[in-house]
Design a protein around this ligand. Structure first.
Ligand SMILES: [Zn+2]
Length: 398
């Protein structure tokens, strides 16, 4: 939200709250503050706003507004604003103060507890948030589903995968959320996380069961297919692994970057680099991933020598120019020769410079929050969404 709309919304909320408390409650019923005090606080707060001091303004408005059934939503909104502005301690105080009111209606008690749970999550007090959310959940009221969603976030952060799965299953049993694609994909990833742990402890059968469970949530989950291929590879069933990997490639050409290494390993085990070269040549037409071109150049060099690799790369660069391709070309041109000439030295300097530039450039980007990285993640480390990290179309690598 930009600062203008922030101030505008804040102002509207305050004025509405203030007017309601002023007109809904006759003069003699306002308990602690006189109207004059209210007026004064209101203008002090407004002054803070105009002087670009929103935090002080929020504090003043919170202190000025009596907590009653007419102003409670304003208090909730101001508390949430404080949290969003990073003032979590203050937000907790506001929500505690609301919950300390015994006359608080059931609906508002649920809202206030959900807000407080979010404050705790922001402050990293996950145990407290979890307790509070379970309280709301067990009351089985309207706020149950929101509480459940926050609980899933907590279990995900704490890597409590089984609990994350059972909470997700609970939500998916509700017809409203049954077709929630994000929820289903996340649940499938939780199963994959468990499968990976089982694979690490060499429990292939357990891992398979967990992968099967992942497919019950999301039958097109790519990570689960990757894990199936990994199991086949571990069992020495390289052809079956390649079949699984090619199946992923056919439906998700974007994943070629992640597929290259396991495919290369499997073909190497089968002693069939020609087979790998053929597969990559067939994929090259559909792929914009520079890594396909680079791997293919290496394969051609291995199978047919440097001259063939060089001419293939030159032809590819004329169609899809890229810095990574240029670096590879330089490497092939310079070769292993110990060229001490000025031209040779210059080429090596350019090569070093290009390498440094590429090492700094991001290769992947989250299509939800824009987070950039050189590494692939199933879950974006920044916005915590699954399956949002994609190869960057405009990377310097490309
Ligand atoms: Zn993100």
């Amino acid at each position: 939200m930009d600062s203008i709309s922030f101030y505008f919304l804040l102002l509207i909320a305050i004025v509405a709250g203030w007017l309601m408390s002023r007109f809904m409650y006759p003069r003699n019923k306002i308990q602690d503050k006189s109207h004059n005090d209210l007026f004064e606080d209101y203008f002090v707060g407004l002054n803070y706003l105009l002087n670009d001091e929103p935090d002080e303004a929020i504090d003043t408005f919170i202190n000025a507004l009596e907590i009653n059934s007419e102003t409670i939503e304003t208090h909730l909104a101001l508390g949430a604003l404080l949290r969003r502005r990073g003032k979590v301690d203050k937000a907790i105080k506001v929500h505690h103060a609301l919950l300390a009111r015994p006359e608080l209606e059931q609906g508002f008690s649920g809202s206030a507890r959900l807000q407080l749970a979010q404050d705790y999550i922001s402050a990293g007090l996950l145990d407290r948030a979890e307790r509070l959310l379970n309280e709301v959940l067990n009351e089985n009221k309207n706020f149950k589903w929101e509480a459940l969603r926050f609980l899933i976030t907590i279990y995900q952060t704490e890597k409590e995968w089984e609990q994350a799965i059972s909470s997700s299953s609970m939500m998916l049993a509700n017809p409203t959320f049954k077709k929630d694609i994000e929820l289903r994909a996340a649940a499938a990833h939780y199963c994959c996380e468990i499968a990976e742990q089982l694979l690490e402890s060499n429990n292939d059968a357990g891992a398979r069961a967990s992968i099967k469970r992942a497919f019950t949530f999301d039958r097109r989950n790519i990570r689960a297919s990757f894990l199936l291929a990994k199991i086949e590879q571990r069992r020495g069933k390289f052809k079956a692994a390649i079949k699984e990997l090619v199946r992923i490639l056919a439906s998700n050409p974007d994943f070629i970057g992640q597929l290259l290494q396991p495919l290369s390993d499997c073909y190497e085990q089968l002693g069939s680099s020609a087979g790998f070269e053929k597969l990559l040549r067939d994929s090259l037409l559909d792929s914009v991933d520079v890594n396909v071109m680079l791997t293919l150049t290496e394969l051609i060099q291995e199978n047919s020598g440097s001259e063939s690799a060089l001419s293939f790369l030159k032809q590819q660069l004329s169609i899809n120019p890229s810095m990574a391709g240029l670096l590879k070309l330089l490497g092939l041109q310079i070769g292993d020769a110990d060229d001490k000439s000025d031209a040779g030295e210059s080429l090596r300097a350019v090569q070093k410079l290009l390498k440094e530039m590429l090492q700094k450039s991001a290769e992947y980007q989250c299509n939800h929050c824009g987070f950039e990285s050189r590494k692939f993640y199933w879950m974006c480390p920044s916005c915590k969404k699954w399956d949002r990290i994609k190869p960057m179309a405009q990377s310097a690598l490309r």
